[in-house]
Ligand binder design. Structure first.
Ligand SMILES: Cc1ncc(COP(=O)(O)O)c(C=O)c1O
Ligand SMILES: Nc1c(O)cccc1C(=O)C[C@H](N)C(=O)O
Length: 404
């Protein structure tokens, strides 16, 4: 056991510019203090921790805005415009200028909107939809249905090969920015440029990158993007997702779900559909006000935080964790499937090991929470806003204990 690692972890935490941001989260509170030590939470890539402030905000939304103001809150409390307002709060985190992001519905529903709208915008003689072959399943299911509905076929392609595979038959490519299983980061700029050179559009799924690393949607000329808000954005279970539509494409965005909330005059109650301008064309029906306002409060945890600092810490944390695993876990028991190359790494470390399900259960029992993805992957998510270097060390040491 190397005390060296512990003193290094403590020094890294002491020097960490983001260390104080952890206080914005409900993490070191009972019952997390089982066995005297706070839980090491490395599952923020599935469900982000609760930021302080959300509970009080929700109480106010429920008791005052809903309970007392009732219907007036749609205007007086800003409920009606929350989807665009919260979208604009997320926008800087994903490199989008205001007016291009709208919040609402699940990621799955937004994948559907984005894909069908992209097929409708693409040259009509194009008959294929390329889908990241290792995609999170929901994207693949939705893409298959969207393709069937629009008379296209799906061709699965490894995300890393997407730039080479887009061609004259491609209407749209759907790519995960960071692979949920391996934590591999894909090349947004190069893939988008290659798709455009081939006359195709690209839809990016940002679920595992937004809030974990800088995303440059505008700079990279991305057409459409979707993402969830319950991972690194800490919006809470079932928090609504978002849809980005590049400003120049908005006039041509023809939603497959043209609900009344995306109408130019929703209260005109007219029988004919006339789409609104701008990002709110991506809205569908009545927004999820409670979860959307919880998300809005959660985003305050980002006040004064630079995403570049987040990225620096994320890479340092994942490097340190990999180093601790190499030092503490006997050789040959685990193998990292997360790229060592920083340019290819998101904010998680995935370790392949035998009986991974049982190993993760053992870790959780000992207060180290990651997750298990079948058949053999242990996932450890590193959320720079609240994960400490001592957490990375404790996770590696606990893993070594469990494996022994
Ligand atoms: C890449 C990716 N896309 C989509 C989803 C989920 O979509 P939804 O918000 O519809 O559950 C997840 C995780 O749940 C994901 O990791
Ligand atoms: N969205 C989830 C849920 O409702 C329950 C359990 C897990 C999730 C997840 O987010 C899974 C996650 N997208 C993954 O990367 O595996």
């Amino acid at each position: 056991m190397s005390d060296d690692l512990l003193s290094r972890a403590e020094r890294l935490d002491a020097d960490d510019q983001l260390a104080k941001i952890r206080d914005r989260f409900a993490l070191d509170t009972p019952p997390d203090q089982a066995a005297g030590a706070a839980e090491v939470y490395l599952d923020g890539n599935s469900l982000g921790a609760l930021p302080h402030g959300v509970s009080a905000r929700l109480k106010d939304v429920v008791e005052r805005e809903w309970g007392r103001l009732r219907i007036r809150s749609w205007d007086e409390s800003g409920w009606w415009t929350a989807p665009e307002r919260v979208g604009d709060r997320i926008a800087p985190l994903i490199g989008a200028a205001p007016g291009q992001v709208v919040v609402g519905d699940s990621t799955s529903v937004n994948v559907f909107k984005a894909l069908v709208a992209a097929v409708r915008m693409a040259p009509q003689d194009r008959d294929e939809v390329l889908v990241d072959a290792a995609t999170f399943p929901t994207d693949g299911y939705i893409a298959a249905s969207a393709a069937r509905m629009t008379g296209r076929t799906v061709r699965p392609v490894p995300a890393a090969d997407m730039a080479a595979e887009v061609g004259p038959r491609t209407a749209v490519a759907l790519v995960n920015h960071v692979d949920y299983r391996t934590g591999r980061l894909h090349d947004m700029s190069g893939t988008t440029a290659a798709a455009h050179a081939a006359g195709a559009l690209v839809v990016w799924d940002l679920c595992h990158s937004a809030g974990a690393l800088p995303v440059g949607l505008d700079a990279d000329g991305v057409d459409l993007a979707v993402g969830c808000t319950y991972k690194y954005l800490n919006g809470g279970p079932g928090a609504p997702a978002y849809l980005y539509v590049r400003r120049e494409l908005q006039p041509r965005f023809d939603s497959p779900l043209p609900g009344w909330n995306s109408h130019a005059d929703p209260f005109g109650m007219r029988p004919d559909y006339q789409p609104a301008d701008g990002a709110l064309r991506g809205r569908v029906g009545t927004p999820e006000i409670l979860s959307m306002l919880a998300l809005e409060a959660a985003l305050e945890a980002w006040d004064g935080v630079s995403i570049e600092d987040v990225r620096r810490k994320s890479l340092a944390l994942t490097d340190f964790f990999l180093e601790c695993v190499a030092a503490e876990v006997p050789d040959g028991l685990v193998e990292s499937i997360t790229p060592a190359d920083h340019a290819l790494r998101g904010s998680q470390v995935s370790l392949r090991c035998e009986r991974a399900g049982e190993v993760m259960a053992g870790l959780i029992e000992r207060g180290v929470v990651g997750d298990f993805r079948r058949p053999d992957v242990l996932r450890f998510g590193f959320t720079p806003l609240y994960t400490r270097y001592v957490d990375a060390l404790r996770a590696a040491r606990t893993l070594a204990d469990v494996l022994r």
